[in-house]
Design a protein around this ligand. Structure first.
Ligand SMILES: C[S@@+](CC[C@H](N)C(=O)[O-])C[C@H]1O[C@@H](n2cnc3c(N)ncnc32)[C@H](O)[C@@H]1O
Length: 385
C-alpha cells in the first residue's frame, strides 16, 4: 500500500482513508474528499502517455496516478495560484517532484491522453460546463475523460453526454458520489463563449459624473456575471485625492483598480489576484478601456514578491474574502500596510455585521488611524499609514 499525507501545517493528519481496494492510504485532518475518492477508484490501470489532473485542493488523485503509472507525464492545474502552491507543497512533501502543479487561466494545451477531474456538487455549473468543454478540446482524439462528483451525479452525466456525445458510468455510490468516463470522438471544437461583459455604472459620492465600467468576467471568477455590491459600495465611497499609484489587492476581474485608473488619469495602477482567470479578464478589460499602458496585472499565490513603486503606493483598495478564520483577510490588511507609503491610504470593505466588525478590528490592529463608515449595508474601513 502507498501512504500519502495530505494538507500542510505542522501537525500531520490522523484520519485515514483507504482507497482502491487497499492500494492507497491517505492521511489527513479532514478526510479525503468524496469526489476525489471516486476519481481515484475510477482511474484506468493502463498508463496514458500524458495525463492532466487538477481542480481539487489536495493533489491526492495526481499522487495516486504517479504511483499507478510510473512512466506517464502527469501535470496538475487549477485556476488559483494559492491552491496550486498548496498542492505543490503537498506533492513535494510526499516526495513527488515530477508532477508540476500550476495555475492556468484555461486548461493547459493538450493533447492529453487522459484528463481526470472532480466536480463537487457545490461547484458552479457554468464552470463545470466550461471545464468539460475545455477538457474535450484538450484531449487527443480517442483520449479519455474521467469525471467524478460527490453529489448530483445526474447533472454531471447529462453534461458529459452533451459535450462528448457519449458517457459510460464508472461507480455510482449510494449518497451521490459517482464517476463517469467519456471519450473524445469529435474533431469539432466544443467550446462555447461563456465570457460575460458586465456593465456597471459607478455613481461617485464626491459628485463626479457617473462612470460606466464594462468588465469582462468568466466562470470561476469573482464575481461572474455581476458587479458585487461590496465592490460598488467601496468604489462609490472612495474620493480620489490625486493619488499617483494604486494597488488593488485581490483585484478579481478588476472592478476597483480599473475604476481607480479611470478616476485618476495620471496614476499607475497594479492589480493582484491569485486567480489566473480573473487576472486574464482584468488584463483584457484594461486593454478595452485603453488604460493598459498604466495598468499592470499580476497573479500571486500569497502576495509574495509584489511589484513595488518607489517609496510605496499612495492608495490600496481591497474587497477581501471573509471565509474561513479571517486569516486571508488579515493578510490583505498587513500586505496593504507593508505596501503603502507613509501617509498613504487604504480602503477595505466588508458586509456590515460580523465581517465588518472583524475587519475594523484587524485594520485597527495594524494601522494607527482608522475611520469606519457605512454605505448600503457595507462597512467601509479607511486607514492611513
Ligand atoms: C471578494 S473578491 C473581490 C474581487 C474584486 N476586488 C472585486 O471587488 O470585485 C476577493 C478576491 O481575492 C482573491 N484572493 C483570495 N485570496 C487571495 C490571495 N491569497 N492572494 C491574492 N488574491 C486572493 C480572490 O481570488 C478574489 O478575486
Amino acid at each position: 500500500m502507498s501512504v500519502f499525507q495530505l494538507g500542510g501545517g505542522s501537525e500531520p493528519g490522523t484520519r485515514s482513508d483507504i482507497v482502491r481496494d487497499g492500494a492507497f492510504e491517505f492521511l489527513s485532518r479532514r478526510g479525503l474528499n468524496i469526489a476525489t475518492r471516486f476519481l481515484i477508484d475510477a482511474l484506468p490501470k493502463a498508463s496514458p502517455g500524458r495525463a492532466l489532473f487538477g481542480l481539487d485542493t489536495e493533489g491526492a488523485a495526481a499522487m495516486a496516478a504517479r504511483t499507478l503509472w510510473p512512466a506517464a507525464a502527469i501535470e496538475w492545474t487549477h485556476l488559483d495560484a494559492y491552491v496550486a502552491q498548496k498542492v505543490g507543497h503537498v506533492l513535494a512533501m510526499n516526495g513527488i517532484d515530477d508532477v508540476p502543479a500550476h495555475e492556468t487561466e484555461d486548461l493547459p494545451d493538450g493533447p492529453f491522453d487522459l484528463i481526470a477531474l472532480p466536480f463537487p456538487a457545490t461547484s458552479d455549473s457554468q464552470l463545470m460546463w466550461d471545464l468539460l468543454e475545455g477538457s474535450h478540446d484538450a484531449l487527443a482524439m480517442g483520449g479519455r475523460f474521467v469525471a467524478s462528483t460527490d453529489g448530483k451525479p445526474d447533472a454531471l452525466r447529462k453534461a458529459l453526454k452533451k459535450v462528448f456525445r457519449n458517457v459510460t458510468p464508472g461507480t455510482i455510490g449510494r449518497r451521490g458520489g459517482a464517476s463517469f468516463y467519456a471519450t473524445r470522438k469529435r474533431e469539432a471544437t466544443a467550446l462555447s463563449d461563456r465570457r460575460k461583459v458586465v456593465r456597471a455604472v459607478v455613481r461617485p459620492a464626491d459628485g463626479a459624473d457617473p462612470v460606466p465600467l464594462d468588465l469582462e468576467t468568466r466562470p470561476g471568477t469573482f464575481a461572474y456575471r455581476s458587479f458585487d455590491k461590496g465592490t460598488r459600495a467601496l468604489a462609490e465611497a472612495w474620493t480620489p485625492a490625486g493619488e499617483d499609484s494604486v494597488l488593488d489587492l485581490g483585484a478579481g476581474c478588476g472592478g476597483l483598480g480599473l475604476y481607480a485608473a479611470l478616476r485618476l488619469p495620471a496614476a499607475r495602477v497594479t492589480l493582484i489576484d491569485s486567480n489566473a482567470r480573473a487576472i486574464g479578464c482584468a488584463r483584457r478589460t484594461a486593454e478595452t478601456m485603453d488604460v493598459a499602458d498604466r495598468v499592470r496585472v499580476a497573479v500571486r499565490a500569497d502576495f509574495e514578491d509584489l511589484p513595488r513603486v518607489d517609496g510605496g503606493y499612495a492608495l490600496v483598495l481591497a474587497n477581501p474574502p471573509y471565509f474561513g478564520d479571517f486569516r486571508i483577510a488579515r493578510s490583505f490588511v498587513t500586505t496593504a500596510h507593508e505596501q503603502l507609503r507613509e501617509g498613504g491610504r487604504a480602503l477595505f470593505v466588508a458586509k456590515c455585521g460580523k465581517a465588518g466588525d472583524a475587519l475594523s478590528e484587524v485594520v485597527a490592529d495594524t494601522f494607527r488611524h482608522v475611520d469606519v463608515s457605512e454605505r448600503a449595508d457595507y462597512a467601509i474601513v479607511e486607514a492611513r499609514a
